[in-house]
Each structure stands twice: as C-alpha cells, then as structure tokens.
Design a protein around this ligand. Structure first.
Ligand SMILES: Nc1ncnc2c1ncn2[C@@H]1O[C@H](COP(=O)(O)OP(=O)(O)OP(=O)(O)O)[C@@H](O)[C@H]1O
Length: 128
C-alpha cells in the first residue's frame, strides 16, 4: 500500500493491514528483550492456568492482562522508535518521552504481577 491510497477500502486493504501489523509484532519480538520475557511469562501462565483448571472468569482476566501487556510493550517500542526518528542526539525531552513510556509499562507490570498473585495463589493453595 502506497502512502497515497489511504482512502481505499476493502478486503485487500484489510489483509495488508494484518500483514503490516504482523511485521510490527515480529520486529518487537525479535528486538525487544522485554517482549520476549512477556511472551515467556504468558506461555507459562496460560499453561499453569490449564493445569489449575481456571474458571471462565479467571481466564478472561488472565487473557486481558496478557493482551494489554503485549499491546503496551508494542506501543512503548513505537514511542522509542519515533523518538529515535526525531533525534539520535541526547535531548532532555527525548529522555522524558522514553522514560514516561517505560514508566507506563513498569506500572502495568506491577499491577499485572499483583493480579497474577490474586489469580494463582488461591488456586495453588487449593492443591495442598
Ligand atoms: N535521545 C535521547 N536523549 C536522551 N536520553 C535518551 C535518549 N535515548 C534514550 N535515552 C535514555 O536512555 C534510556 C534507554 O533508552 P533506549 O532507547 O535504549 O530504550 P531502552 O530503555 O533500552 O528500552 P528497550 O530495552 O525496551 O529498547 C531512556 O529511557 C532514556 O532515559
């Protein structure tokens, strides 16, 4: 899709959007160590949730947290690359923008861990 056919509609455009989105996802997965960690944690928690036979409500919360974590990390990377596009020199505003984007991921991570404890600890205690 060229830069000038943004007004086009249709299935082909939708397919192209999926293709570009998958390129973005592949890029983040390949280049961002944090994303690789998120993916690993997601796989482990989903596997554990299967074993612990989570009820539907727990599954909904778990999948929501995983999807939001991925989306936030992807947006963080987009902000980092956009800042790099504006300047590769040291700039206090570049630092601010990147630090704030990283803070969003960090805060969400803390809450995701807390939610994970709320979901998993009682289920694990029930095993004993
Ligand atoms: N152009 C810049 N000007 C000033 N400070 C910057 C600049 N680029 C990066 N920094 C600082 O360095 C930190 C690390 O930036 P970097 O772009 O390497 O991302 P990162 O933290 O390594 O993230 P990731 O590992 O997810 O790519 C930023 O949070 C910011 O504090």
């Amino acid at each position: 899709m060229g830069l000038h056919d943004r007004n086009k509609r249709g299935f082909k455009r939708l397919l192209r959007s999926f293709f570009y989105a998958s390129q973005g996802f592949k890029y983040v997965l390949k280049h961002e160590q944090n994303m690789q960690i998120h993916l690993l944690v997601a796989i482990v928690t989903v596997f554990a949730a299967f074993l612990l036979q989570f009820p539907v409500g727990h599954w909904v919360v778990l999948l929501l947290v995983i999807a939001s974590m991925f989306a936030l990390e992807i947006m963080n990377t987009a902000i980092e690359r956009t800042v790099d596009l504006v300047t590769e020199e040291y700039h206090p505003l570049a630092k601010r923008a990147k630090d704030i984007a990283a803070a969003a991921v960090f805060i969400y991570c803390l809450f995701a861990v807390a939610i994970g404890c709320i979901l998993f600890i009682p289920a694990l205690l029930e095993l004993f």
